[in-house]
Ligand binder design. Structure first.
Ligand code: GLN
Length: 188
């Protein structure tokens, strides 16, 4: 299965490596031509204003949004990628917002870069996975979204249709659970 990782800025190499370890063909996406034959796309963490600007400049906003809304493309958005996926961003919304996921994002909710932290995420079935939170947004699910993981009582991992968003960085740990979930969605 071929999945794309937006490769403008942020932790795209780590996502490609994690997906590759699970047997997927992970390709970098930097323009429309790279979208060919993809079952899913990852928008990595990084800086949502930078990634969003690249999305606009390369004309990728509409093709990605349209294919997600048509159910043709699975999406995984981590941190900045989750912000770009949300229907609404309550503070300083970046350009290039895809606006597909029924959730609200509040950018930098947990503070600045120096306030970054690691904290376990409890999954829907009680299992715990490590959570790396770096200038993370607060994600508030709206109608239709399912919460799949919480940390300190806050929803941090959620799904809607074939889309998965999380406020932490699964690509920065050895735990493969979130990438496995995404590949499962992409294969459907
Ligand atoms: N705070 C960043 C933003 O708003 C996201 C940080 C991250 O992706 N780790 O874009």
């Amino acid at each position: 299965m071929r999945v794309g990782v937006l490769a403008f800025q942020g932790a795209f190499r780590e996502h490609m490596e994690a997906l590759g370890k699970l047997g997927a063909e992970a390709v970098p996406v930097r323009g429309k031509a790279d979208m060919e034959g993809l079952s899913g796309v990852v928008i990595p963490g990084g800086e949502s204003t930078v990634i969003g600007r690249f999305l606009v400049q390369t004309g990728l906003v509409d093709p990605i949004r349209d294919r997600i809304m048509a159910g043709e493309l699975a999406l995984m958005g981590t941190c900045a990628g989750a912000i770009l996926a949300c229907q609404r961003v309550t503070n300083d919304p970046p350009e290039g917002l895809l606006g597909v996921f029924p959730a609200e994002a509040e950018r930098n909710h947990y503070g600045a870069q120096v306030d970054s932290f690691c904290q376990p995420v409890t999954l829907w079935d009680g299992r715990q996975i490590p959570g790396v939170f770096i200038r993370a947004p607060r994600l508030s699910p709206q109608e239709g979204a399912s919460v799949l993981g919480v940390s300190s009582g806050q929803p941090v991992l959620m799904s809607w249709g074939r889309c998965l968003i999380c406020s932490f960085h699964p690509e920065l740990t050895q735990n493969q659970e979130v990438h496995r979930l995404f590949l499962d969605m992409a294969s459907r």
